[in-house]
Design a protein around this ligand. Structure first.
Ligand code: C2E
Ligand code: MG
Ligand code: MG
Ligand code: MG
Length: 280
């Protein structure tokens, strides 16, 4: 009886081990076919100014799998472990650029759209050429494209990124440091980054009720201003957070208090409403 329990346990462990390993292999294969079948789609989350007016949006990847919407937390790190992320992001940039071009054709006032770039894409050889080609083919203005790079990427490849960003900026494409405050870089480091925007990580916004956090956020905003860098607060969920951040001089806001990420069609309707003067 004890023996059969032991066997059960071994059987249980083996089964668990197998499911974990095979799950990962299965996921990799599924991600390849998802790319092939165009199942990765951009969702758009507007960001607003101090008056709540839309200033632009961030394109956030979703995997639409049999009508289920799968968030990046469930697949982006797996993608980033292989070169597949470069292809996925290349296609993602294509979708966003073509959306910008489509709205332009339909006379909808365009907004700058920010795209997140993985470290692998940033290190891929012809990123600059591929992006510029898409912009030319779709005849969009470079002012409407932005890129976001997580702070920790700068710690790894500062010189390379510095050069790459300067090339893009010469063409009119702007850059944000994403998740600022989580990458263990010092504030003095900020002066060396050739970026236009700094996105204050959501963890700081969550902790604004804490006085020390408020002082840190205030210093970040102050220093960014001195350096001519605009600040965007991520994950603003309450009116209190919005008020505190405004009082500190933060210039842009993104979060569920204003808008949630939405599918392309909804985002387009929102922009049309704006065009027709129906909202704010
Ligand atoms: P991120 O770039 O920092 O994007 C902000 C995340 O915060 C998004 O999660 C957004 O939906 C979420 N968010 C916005 N406002 C609020 C709020 O008020 N409350 C809460 N709780 N969350 C809010 P999402 O869309 O799940 O994306 C997660 C992360 O996945 C992104 O963080 C980004 O690092 C990554 N990601 C998304 N798309 C791409 C992509 O195309 N390429 C790469 N490399 N990474 C991507
Ligand atoms: Mg981002
Ligand atoms: Mg972020
Ligand atoms: Mg993040």
């Amino acid at each position: 009886d004890a023996r059969s329990r032991g066997e059960d346990r071994i059987g249980f462990f083996r089964k668990n081990f197998e499911t974990k390993a095979t799950k990962l292999i299965k996921l990799k294969a599924e991600l390849e076919s998802a790319l092939h079948n165009n199942e990765f789609k951009p969702y758009y989350q507007p960001c607003v100014d101090r008056n709540g007016l839309i200033m632009g949006a961030e394109a956030l990847i979703r995997w639409i799998k049999n009508d289920k919407i799968i968030p990046p937390s469930e697949f982006i790190s797996q993608l980033e472990q292989s070169e597949l992320i470069i292809k996925v992001e290349d296609k993602f940039i294509e979708s966003v650029v073509s959306f910008i071009s489509q709205t332009k054709k339909e006379g909808i006032p365009p907004y700058p759209i920010a795209i997140n770039l993985s470290i692998k894409s940033l290190n891929s050889k012809d990123l600059f050429e591929r992006v510029i080609l898409k912009i030319k083919q779709n005849k969009i203005d470079t002012r409407y494209l932005k890129f976001e790079i997580v702070e920790r990427a700068f710690l790894e490849k500062f010189e390379h990124l510095n050069k790459l960003i300067l090339r893009f900026r010469e063409k009119g494409i702007s850059f944000s440091v994403d998740d600022f405050g989580t990458g263990y870089s010092s504030l003095s480091y900020l002066a060396k980054l050739p970026v236009d925007f700094l996105k204050i990580d959501m963890s700081f916004i969550r902790a604004l009720s804490d006085e020390k956090t408020r002082n840190i956020v205030r210093s970040i905003i102050f220093l960014a201003k001195e350096l001519n860098i605009q600040t965007i607060a991520e994950g603003v969920e309450t009116k209190e957070q919005f008020d505190i951040l405004k009082e500190m001089g933060c210039s842009c806001f993104q979060g569920y208090l204003f808008y949630r990420p939405m599918p392309e069609s909804d985002f387009k309707s929102l922009l049309m409403e704006r065009k027709n003067g129906q909202i704010r």
